[in-house]
Design a binder for this molecule. Structure first.
Ligand code: ZN
Length: 57
């Protein structure tokens, strides 16, 4: 098995408006700063700012 093992963390993208977690993404561990993305929120039915929240496991 030649699987590359990068140290990756799974982060949850949480909507700033309603606090709902809508997306999950994996990041390189070296990126520690908070990530902010404009994503579509199903709850709000519009594009809102989503912030990354580190998820354990
Ligand atoms: Zn929302």
């Amino acid at each position: 098995m030649a699987k590359k093992k990068w140290w990756r963390i799974i982060v949850a993208m949480q909507c700033k408006e309603c606090g709902k977690t809508n997306y999950h993404t994996s990041l390189n561990k070296t990126i520690t700063q908070k990530l902010e993305l404009k994503k579509y929120c199903k709850q709000d039915k519009k594009k809102t700012t989503h912030v990354s929240r580190e998820k354990l496991k």
